[in-house]
Design a protein around this ligand. Structure first.
Ligand SMILES: Cc1cc2nc3c(=O)[nH]c(=O)nc-3n(C[C@H](O)[C@H](O)[C@H](O)COP(=O)(O)OP(=O)(O)OC[C@H]3O[C@@H](n4cnc5c(N)ncnc54)[C@H](O)[C@@H]3O)c2cc1C
Length: 367
């Protein structure tokens, strides 16, 4: 057993955990991060990097251009045959999670954090003067940062969110050249009954198709990716056109189920030693493309609290943004409201901008 007491242990090496490790190490704190994956890996994610997320990544020393980020300047709403395009009110990017998460871990290691790869944390207990976690052995620290993202640690399970029945998928595609050209610089959001899909350009001439579908829809189409895609093509000829001649880059898509969308951590009495961040603090519906900004923002807040010896943050700072996003996400699953939304956006494309603003981390909250 290692008898040293670290200043902080971080569980999870996604954007939240890696950013926090980076900030703690930079402030001279001894920080040990545990990541269960042994190396770079893909994640179910639309990979839309909002202006706020991009700002945090730069603050942490990442050069987005150097990492292969592609600019996204417009959003195109697709439903059935209709398409409405409007310019985003802010610059955004498409950046591979495999690349981004790895660059953040490297930045944390460069600043002196100890990164322990391929180690799964099994439990985390809070005591009077320390936290103790069990991984490949017991480890003690003055503070713990819980950043396991989509996965709950035993004993620290999040309650259900407001939307719990969505299955998420991600697949990289190579589009036909004319369709790839039409997609360049755009994030396309396809609305279909029971879910929505995002399509945007990705590095190496590929496109990232990331979607969520209600479980009953997935069941109805026979629980197969191919039949789900056929279903989406039937729902939207515009989407079918985009996928005409496309080839899948992976044999199977990545998938995930049971995300508690709309969850916001509320602490009656704030913990002095256990800090939640990222998806363990608050989960925003995927179509907002703001999960990474929240992960990074909460990492700055949590690291600041650990450095100053303050109690843990609860999710109130994000509650308003997440409530708005969740109401919208509930509404746009319904075919009748999808029709209304698509019609309203067609008449007033500026609505998409208003929605984008209403569901973002407020600019003034950026530390
Ligand atoms: C379908 C879908 C699409 C999305 N699209 C976007 C988008 O386009 N833009 C955007 O900004 N956000 C998007 N998001 C949200 C975004 O992916 C998350 O908000 C973000 O990844 C949260 O970061 P995190 O660091 O909290 O968790 P994660 O990125 O999930 O990282 C957690 C890490 O912890 C590790 N881990 C878990 N358990 C353990 C353990 N016990 N021990 C050790 N390590 C452990 C995991 O391996 C993982 O690397 C999307 C989410 C979904 C589901």
């Amino acid at each position: 057993m290692n008898s040293a007491i670290h200043d902080a242990v971080i569980v999870g090496g996604g954007p939240a955990g890696a950013a926090a490790a980076c900030l703690l190490a930079k402030a001279g704190r001894s920080a040990v991060l545990f990541e269960r994956e042994t190396g770079p890996h893909h994640k179910v994610c639309g990979e839309f990097v909002s202006v706020e997320a991009a700002g945090y990544l730069r603050k942490l020393g990442l050069d987005l251009h150097h990492l292969g980020a592609l600019p996204i300047h417009s959003v195109r709403l697709v439903r059935g045959r209709s398409e409405t395009t409007t310019r985003l009110p802010f610059p955004a990017f498409s950046l591979s999670r495999e690349v981004m998460d790895e660059a953040l871990l490297r930045a944390a290691a460069d600043r002196g954090a100890e990164i322990r790869r391929g180690v799964t944390v099994r439990s985390l207990a809070e005591g009077e003067d320390r936290v103790t976690l069990q991984a490949d052995g017991p480890v003690a620290a003055r503070a713990a940062l819980l950043a396991t993202g989509k996965h709950d640690l035993r004993g620290h399970r999040r309650p259900p969110g407001s939307i719990n029945d969505l299955i998420g998928f991600k697949q990289y595609l190579t589009l036909a050249p004319e369709q790839a050209a039409r997609l360049a610089g755009h994030v396309e959001v396809l609305l279909f009954p029971g879910g929505y899909a995002g399509l945007q350009p990705a590095a190496n001439g590929r496109a990232n198709l990331c979607l969520v579908a209600a479980k009953p829809v997935h069941d109805r189409v026979g629980r197969r990716w191919e039949t789900l895609l056929d279903h989406l093509r039937e729902e939207s000829p515009a989407f079918a056109d985009r996928l005409a001649g496309a080839t899948a880059c992976w044999e199977r898509p990545l998938s995930i189920y049971g995300i508690p969308y709309g969850f916001v951590h509320r602490a009656g009495i704030p913990s002095r030693r256990l800090h939640r961040l990222g998806d363990q603090l608050a989960v925003i519906p995927s179509f907002c493309g703001d999960g990474m900004a929240i992960a990074l923002h909460s990492a700055f807040l949590a690291a600041g609290r650990v450095i100053d010896g303050q109690p843990a943050l609860d999710g109130s700072a994000f509650a308003g943004q997440i409530r708005t996003a969740t109401l919208l996400a509930q509404a746009i699953r319904r075919p009748a409201l999808q029709g209304l939304a698509a019609g309203a956006v067609r008449l007033a494309p500026g609505l998409l901008k208003a929605i984008a603003y209403a569901t973002r981390v407020p600019e003034e909250a950026v530390p």
